[in-house]
Design a protein around this ligand. Structure first.
Ligand code: HPA
Ligand code: ZN
Length: 326
């Protein structure tokens, strides 16, 4: 059996996926045409050629620009439906999907337009592929606290359809403490929480995410390894890390895949998982991420099984459903 067949055959959950980051250039062009939106590229090839990044901000600039073609509820539906159709081939049976409402509301797109399109695709994916899913509403950390609170307010009619809040966008200079109050308000409304930390930011940002945001799961977390006490704490508390190998490579969090710390994370006892982050921009969906990490770091079949099991243990599914997946 090939490595791809083995990996695709492992049932898995994807826990770190920005739905806007699954916008493939072909769909970007189709939506630009459908919605009469000008995009600064002549061809699908030109779009792909522009995806060369040296740091997180390079990517974010082009990622927010790409999202401009998303206007109608149907567009958000088509975006998410394409993601589910694609990952059904990768053995994904459950996905916890982040969306960035502020990327759209700042352009005059209604919150309800965004979420209704995503939810209808999620329902369709369960019927069509048997893939279950949850939504994580992420706040853009380069915007201020008031903007995050306004977004939480817009989400109120939809709270029973949102599992958690998250924190993404430009990490450096926007520490978790900036959002301590809005995360507390979200928790009081019954939402769980996740945050990107330790991708480009220092270990101290991870400590803030734990202590000040009370996160249930850590997105990326790579730089935690620079702090032995923090690493031990993450292991002891069984904190799930949603690691994204191809993203780390494309955004120069690691210089080469050979330098990726995924095997070290497992050795240190961390509950690491493998995810795709923004697959249309980083060159691969979740199985591609497992393969890239496995080939570069010599992961064993036992390691791959452990990573897939961790994805259910780290999910927000109820315990009895998690047990059914293990
Ligand atoms: N980091 C921060 N913000 C993001 C990312 C990421 O990897 N992907 C989409 N928004
Ligand atoms: Zn991310």
């Amino acid at each position: 059996m090939t490595m791809r067949a083995f990996i695709a055959g492992l049932p898995k959950a994807e826990l770190h996926l920005h739905i806007e980051g699954s916008l493939e250039p072909e769909l970007m062009f189709a939506l630009a045409r459908r919605n009469n939106i000008a995009i600064p590229f002549d061809s699908v090839e030109a779009v792909r050629a522009a995806y060369s990044f040296t740091r997180l901000q390079d990517f974010l600039d082009i990622y927010y620009q790409g999202a401009n073609v998303l206007i109608h509820s149907q567009d958000f539906h088509d975006l998410a439906a394409a993601y589910f159709d694609r990952v059904a081939q990768d053995g994904v049976v459950h996905a916890e999907i982040m969306f960035d409402p502020q990327t759209h509301t700042a352009r005059g797109i209604a919150f309800d337009t965004v979420i209704s399109g995503l939810l209808s695709a999620m329902e369709e994916a369960e019927a069509k592929h048997g893939i279950t899913s949850r939504l994580i509403m992420s706040f853009l950390r380069h915007l201020d606290e008031d903007d995050a609170f306004a977004t939480l307010e817009m989400a109120r009619p939809w709270l029973d359809r949102i599992e958690a809040v998250g924190l993404d966008s430009s990490e450096l200079g926007h520490p978790p403490e900036k959002f301590a109050r809005v995360f507390a308000a979200a928790r009081a409304l019954g939402l769980k929480s996740v945050a990107h930390a330790g991708e480009e930011g220092p270990p101290a940002y991870v400590v803030q995410a734990l202590d000040l945001l009370a996160i249930d799961r850590l997105d990326h977390g790579n730089r935690s390894l620079e702090d032995a006490a923090l690493t031990a704490r993450l292991a002891r508390t069984a904190m799930t890390l949603t690691v994204c190998p191809l993203s780390n490579l494309k955004l120069c969090v690691v210089d080469t895949m050979d330098d990726h710390p995924i095997d070290r994370m497992l050795r240190e006892g961390l509950r690491a998982t493998i995810n795709s982050d923004d697959p249309a921009y980083f060159g691969g969906y979740v199985a591609d991420n497992y393969i890239a990490a496995a080939e570069a770091r010599g992961l064993s079949k036992d390691d791959l099984v452990r990573l897939a099991r961790n994805s259910f243990l780290g999910s927000f599914l109820p315990d009895d459903v998690v047990a059914d997946h293990l």
